[in-house]
Ligand binder design. Structure first.
Ligand code: TPP
Ligand code: MG
Length: 192
């Protein structure tokens, strides 16, 4: 499975879930495939999409919050797994797109092949932990995770991409991303 295929699968399945995307290529893929005000693209801060999503999930327990994380991002801030495992927000779905590299900066290898991220998530307390490699399994597992109580952790092993292909950058600035994201949450709350 390629990153584009994985991100497309996620974007197709999303309804009104809040989505927080890791910096670099993952945000750019999500933006290119389906820009929506419920997407919070973490443009600069590597490792922190998951922390932002945890804060959101705790403060908006009525909303499902999906994280699209990268292996480099997660390895940089592994403490988030313990924090989620301790706080157990039922509405959090943590997807890690593990291509084994820092794809956004030129495919330098990460150490993800030497670390069992799914085991760390499990022992940290995530009640639902799944590792997938095939596109079909990714699709069905995601469907299940979006319906069931979490927090769930999905480790998707994907292929590293060729950096030569052209992928647009997120066209919105950070303040604009924040404002429209917050507005979309407020709008939904007013309609309840
Ligand atoms: C603190 C910090 N170090 C380095 C970078 C540069 N950087 C941006 S994205 C990225 C790679 C992220 O790797 P991963 O999470 O595996 O996602 P991928 O690029 O493979 O999709 C790096 C090193 C950064 N933005 N911040
Ligand atoms: Mg990576």
């Amino acid at each position: 499975m390629k990153m584009t295929q994985a991100v497309r699968t996620v974007m197709r399945q999303l309804g009104n879930e809040l989505l927080v995307t890791a910096n670099g290529r993952i945000s750019r893929e999500a933006f290119s495939l389906k820009d929506r005000s419920e997407n919070f693209y973490m443009i600069g801060s590597m490792g922190l999409a998951s922390s932002i999503a945890l804060g959101l999930a705790l403060n908006r327990p009525e909303r499902k919050v999906v994280i699209l994380d990268g292996d480099g991002n997660l390895l940089m801030g592994l403490g988030i797994l313990a924090q989620v495992g301790a706080l157990l927000p039922k509405n959090l779905i943590h997807i890690v797109l593990d291509n084994g590299v820092y794809g956004s900066t030129g495919n330098q290898p990460t150490i993800s092949s030497q670390v069992r991220l799914e085991n760390i998530a499990k022992s940290s307390g995530y009640p639902v932990v799944v590792k997938v490699t095939e596109r079909g399994a990714f699709e069905t597992t995601l469907k299940r995770c979006l319906k069931t109580s979490g927090p769930s952790f999905m480790l998707a092993k994907i292929k590293p991409d060729n950096m030569a292909d052209s992928l647009g950058r997120v066209a919105h600035g950070p303040l604009e991303i924040k404002k429209r994201f917050m507005d979309s949450i407020d709008r939904e709350e007013r309609h309840r």
